[in-house]
Design a protein around this ligand. Structure first.
Ligand code: GTP
Ligand code: MG
Length: 153
């Protein structure tokens, strides 16, 4: 099943937006299979943003993402990578449509609330960078007893 790595950035946690943002993805119909409040180490931040090493804002990016707690999540569902990117909206606040997360809540290119993987391959790498395999669960919420199973790739 397709997975994505979504991360509520320090500005979202500071603005008390965790519940509201998680609700959007729950209501959309994706399945949450892992979540935790964490502080990214500098090594994790460097690995997460490795593709941006040469960008002028790279230093700023590392400083921001390690500046406070983030809420890291793994969501699962057919098409979850592309659909969650649509829900997040464009990086440039001038292009982020109202109704998207960035369109509704961000005015800044850097402090832009949330990260979402740009491909299933990026998602795999980003999930492995932030989670131990045993932190990811699948379960059927309709069973009387929740039976947690490790994700079967
Ligand atoms: P992510 O989901 O966070 O990866 O955003 P994205 O895929 O929409 O954008 P991209 O991967 O190109 O850039 C990664 C992050 O770098 C963005 O989310 C921004 O936080 C930051 N960023 C991108 N462009 C700029 C910029 O021009 N200035 C600053 N300060 N930050 C930027
Ligand atoms: Mg990106």
């Amino acid at each position: 099943m397709e997975k994505t790595f979504l991360m509520l950035k320090p500005d979202a946690v500071q603005r008390r937006m965790i519940g509201k943002l998680v609700q959007r993805f729950e209501e959309k119909g994706f399945e949450l299979i892992g979540a935790k409040l964490m502080r990214m180490t500098m090594a994790q931040a460097e690995a997460h943003y490795a593709e941006h090493t040469d960008k002028p804002f790279y230093g700023e990016l590392l400083e921001f993402i390690t500046s406070g707690p983030v809420f890291a999540m793994v969501w699962q569902g057919e098409g979850v990578v592309a659909m969650s990117r649509l829900m997040i909206g464009k990086t440039n606040p001038l292009e982020a449509a109202p109704g998207t997360i960035r369109g509704d809540f961000a005015t800044d290119k850097g402090n832009n609330i949330i990260h979402g993987s740009d491909s299933p391959e990026s998602a795999e790498r980003e999930v492995a960078n932030a989670f131990h395999p045993e932190e990811l669960l699948i379960f059927d919420p309709f069973l009387p007893k929740l039976e947690a199973l490790h994700v079967d790739e």
